[in-house]
Ligand binder design. Structure first.
Ligand code: MG
Length: 259
């Protein structure tokens, strides 16, 4: 069932989202060549705890697999769900960071990708297109649109630029749980799927590749990589559908880039 949040619940989710956005802002300048992904995990966890919240992903279970860290960190051909390690970021790496927090019983979830200089042209195209496709998706998160309008927008925007749209992983509703109904695919047909209503909160998260969109999971049971080894990017915001339009909860600016 798709949950519609009460006003007071949206209030708590706004606070949770703002806390997460502040953690992201502090983190961006510390994701540098030479940093290990475990360093980045630790500083993120410290910042979440200092904000009076708890990491959302640590201990998260899928079947018998338990996610061991605060952040998912995915480098180059890794798409999502990479596990922090001693691996250090190198020049030219493309890194995606995905993490969430829970505050006052409500979840917020966000992701962004960035490249370590020097950035090649293809990687720049991938980053730019994936991020813009997220804001295209946000702009469709309006009362009386449908879930398919969001997916269709992401798919057509990215495919028109020659990029691959990952279909094996999707966005989701969010609230008292990290993952709620409905699923929010980054592909689909306009005008199809569940109707969007005021009070729904969605985690919109395009996962886009430079090559084939097909993915597989490594033996660690978490890390998702592209089958063809091409690079992938991932941007995500938690977005509330309000009577007056979409509100990005996980941004310090609630309506960036929305047309
Ligand atoms: Mg998510």
């Amino acid at each position: 069932m798709i949950l519609i949040k009460e006003d007071w619940e949206l209030g708590v989710m706004r606070t949770a989202g703002r806390k997460l956005a502040e953690v992201v802002a502090g983190l961006r300048e510390r994701v540098l060549v030479g940093a290990s992904t475990l360093d980045i995990d630790r500083m993120t966890e410290d910042a979440i705890l200092a904000a009076g919240a708890k990491p959302a992903f640590k201990g998260y279970k899928v079947g018998r697999a338990v996610f061991p860290a605060t952040i998912c960190v995915s480098i180059n051909e890794q798409v999502v769900h990479g596990i922090p390690s001693k691996r250090r970021l190198q020049e030219g790496d493309l890194v995606s960071l995905d993490f969430g927090l829970v505050y006052g019983g409500y979840y917020a979830d966000t992701a962004f990708s960035m490249a370590m200089p020097p950035v090649d042209e293809q990687t720049a195209l991938l980053l730019d297109t994936t991020e813009k496709s997220l804001y295209e998706a946000v702009a469709r998160a309006r009362v009386n649109n449908r879930i398919g309008d969001i997916g269709h927008t992401v798919q057509s925007y990215c495919e028109s630029r020659g990029l691959g749209v990952v279909t094996q992983f999707v966005g989701h509703g969010i609230g008292r749980k990290l993952h709620e109904e409905p699923s929010v695919p980054n592909f689909g047909k306009a005008g199809t799927g569940p109707l969007l209503k005021a009070g729904m909160v969605l985690a919109l998260e395009p996962m886009i590749t430079l090559g084939s969109p097909r993915t597989r999971i490594l033996k660690d049971e978490w890390t998702v990589v592209t089958e063809d080894g091409s690079r992938a990017a991932h941007f995500e915001h938690t977005v509330a559908i309000t009577p007056s339009g979409p509100e990005i909860l996980t941004s310090l600016d609630p309506s960036p880039h929305i047309r």
